[in-house]
Design a protein around this ligand. Sequence first.
Ligand SMILES: Cc1ncc(C[n+]2csc(CCOP(=O)(O)OP(=O)(O)O)c2C)c(N)n1
Ligand code: SF4
Length: 296
Amino acid sequence: MTNDNPETVMAYTAKDFRSELKPIWCPGCGDYGVVTAIYRALAAVGRPPHEIAFVSGIGCSSRIPGYTTAYGFNTVHGRALPIAQGIKMANPDLLVLVASGDGDGFSIGGGHVAHAIRRNIDLTYIVMDNQVYGLTKGQLSPTSPRGAKTASSTYGSLEEAVNPLLYVLAYGAGFVAQGVPADMEGLSKLVEAGIRYPGFAFINIQSPCVTYGDPESQLKNQKGKMRKLESEGHDPTNRLRAMELAQEYGQTLYTGIFYQDPASRPTYTDEVLRRQTELKPEALPRDQILSLFEPK
Ligand SMILES: Cc1ncc(C[n+]2csc(CCOP(=O)(O)OP(=O)(O)O)c2C)c(N)n1
Ligand code: SF4
């Protein structure tokens, strides 16, 4: 099953996906660029807002669903993925996007990532990785580099950072990419490619926190630092090479698609639907099942 529903692919502009809610991020926060890239990607994909569900956890970055015209669910810290999986399973035709921060996604919610990946649920998982807890005012996050001085590591972090790219590749994610808001064109295309990928797609976005983040990682420095995988001649179907490149996380700012599985594996939803048809040909159609729950 893919994210495209040809019956409802129409012409949209980025504006159609922008809600009336005005973002309250700090001026200069990378998340402004991320939401703009998402508007553009959704316009390119062409599904109407009412066919899209956008789920998030808690954090500055998790405000994103509210700034779009899609159905939104700002859930609880770290639990965006389980809820998004349930939404997708109950509504296989919905296009489901998930937004997290690095804390939301790889600290409190880290345990859920592996399971969403191994089930290959057709979700686009966007993590705004600013290497700090922004919303709670600048504590150490799982992707903060060793030595990072934050509100909760005044003398410098003693811990190694989690590598989100290597983590999802190790669990077998079929689509793994990294982008930066400073490269709006490139980031919009990555988000679009992630949405179009028929399975679990992960996009790590280095989205700087201007208030508590490392001054070196800010937007103005991103263009000079980024190295496009495409220009480096990387073959995105080579998973082992993708893992080698992913080891550079925190040192080299690679952008683009690290890995895209050329053979599209069946998603969990595909498998369930197939088994329902093959093993239970006598199963009731969905509307008849729902009618059983209606009050008499
Ligand atoms: C169960 C629970 N624990 C802790 C918190 C406090 N809390 C809210 S957001 C957050 C971390 C935010 O960091 P991140 O996920 O990286 O997102 P950012 O704000 O940087 O975008 C924490 C610890 C909470 N809301 N719920
Ligand atoms: S605290 Fe950081 S992450 Fe949160 S809105 Fe401000 S700049 Fe963005």
